[in-house]
Design a binder for this molecule. Sequence first.
Ligand SMILES: Cc1cc2nc3c(=O)[nH]c(=O)nc-3n(C[C@H](O)[C@H](O)[C@H](O)COP(=O)(O)OP(=O)(O)OC[C@H]3O[C@@H](n4cnc5c(N)ncnc54)[C@H](O)[C@@H]3O)c2cc1C
Length: 380
Amino acid sequence: MKFKVVGGGPAGLYFAYLMKRSHPNYSVRVVEQNPSDATYGFGVVLSARALSFLEGGDSEAIARLTRRMETWGEQHIVHKGVRVVVDGSTYFAIQRLALLQELQKLCNEAGVDLEFGHRINSSVGGEDCDVLVAADGTNSAIRDSHTLAFDTRVMDLQNYYAWYGVEKPYDAHTLTFAQRDGDILCGHHYRFTPTMSTFVAEVDAKSWLSTGMSTMTDDERKRLFEDVFSDALGGNPLISNQSMWRRWRLVKNGRWYYRNIVLIGDAQRSAHPSIGSGTRLAMEDSIALWRAFKEEGTDVEAAFRRYERERRPVRDKLNRAAERSIDWYENMPEKMDLSPYDFAYDYLLRTGLMTSERLEQDSPKFMEHYRKNVDVVKAL
Ligand SMILES: Cc1cc2nc3c(=O)[nH]c(=O)nc-3n(C[C@H](O)[C@H](O)[C@H](O)COP(=O)(O)OP(=O)(O)OC[C@H]3O[C@@H](n4cnc5c(N)ncnc54)[C@H](O)[C@@H]3O)c2cc1C
């Protein structure tokens, strides 16, 4: 069989690797618009749970990726200048470029044909293969050639964000909320190499206007964040890598396949970074599509049907969680009066996936502090 994968991000590369490894006689080709060493952004974070799901594809490949990752066992939530420590969850992070390059190596070793610096502008030409895998991200050109067939819906969310780096290694995955003159600014920061961290900067729609950010240049916006977050940044500048301020684009598709074309990763459904799972979801789609072909052999239609049938319920559950998380961030102003522990508790429960009982189990130290804090506040 002939597979053509458009997009050499985590979804496209992991799928191509799994397919070629299990079916060395198939032709698997990845076409990526960028050079092999170019990428946007800095590091991505994955929970230990997410990594264990990805091992369902190939545990050796995931072990190779894990060796290049930073890891830590706490989450910190800083509100009103108070650092709340949430114990009990292990996270991993990796430079996005390191992730892609390791996946490229795996593909090369398996015999995948990788072609860089070639942009495919539409699905025209998809007739030269049995399966055209659209793994070309949120703004997928392949998907957009057939928006009616895929029942594509696109929505821009309210908050604005930019993805920066900073030369400072944080001890834990940290969320820092800052208030200035009634404006709310937020930084999500975590280490992805021994010396570097990602810093995702975010503001709600109202603060975007009231801070004047809406009329600033990207440089001025960066300076504003450097100023407000100078303590958290340890005085270091934010590093830009085409770090543009924008609103998050939520893309949904009513149908996941059409003719010989199938959608995976962000092309299928963009995942909001506040549940930290975009890379994991994209790579899990790859596993699900690969498994469907393992089950259905060369029957493309049956494989696509199986992929959507088995993957959709899991995706839907996480999408609902992401939507609740988006709602929390878009309504940040309403939360700002909460005490730091109440705030952290509210944050941790925002997706509906975490419950109070699970927190008791997973994060006993946090819950002990939380209860003490609630008692103190009640006594006041
Ligand atoms: C601010 C921010 C923070 C994030 N934080 C995290 C995080 O902490 N953890 C996490 O797991 N995820 C995070 N994500 C999400 C994550 O980056 C994506 O969900 C994930 O990369 C999706 O993988 P993908 O392979 O589907 O798409 P992408 O990674 O977008 O890859 C698509 C690839 O296709 C290529 N391409 C696009 N169009 C074409 C074309 N027409 N022809 C040829 N090639 C094309 C692109 O160059 C790209 O290489 C974050 C995203 C953002 C924006």
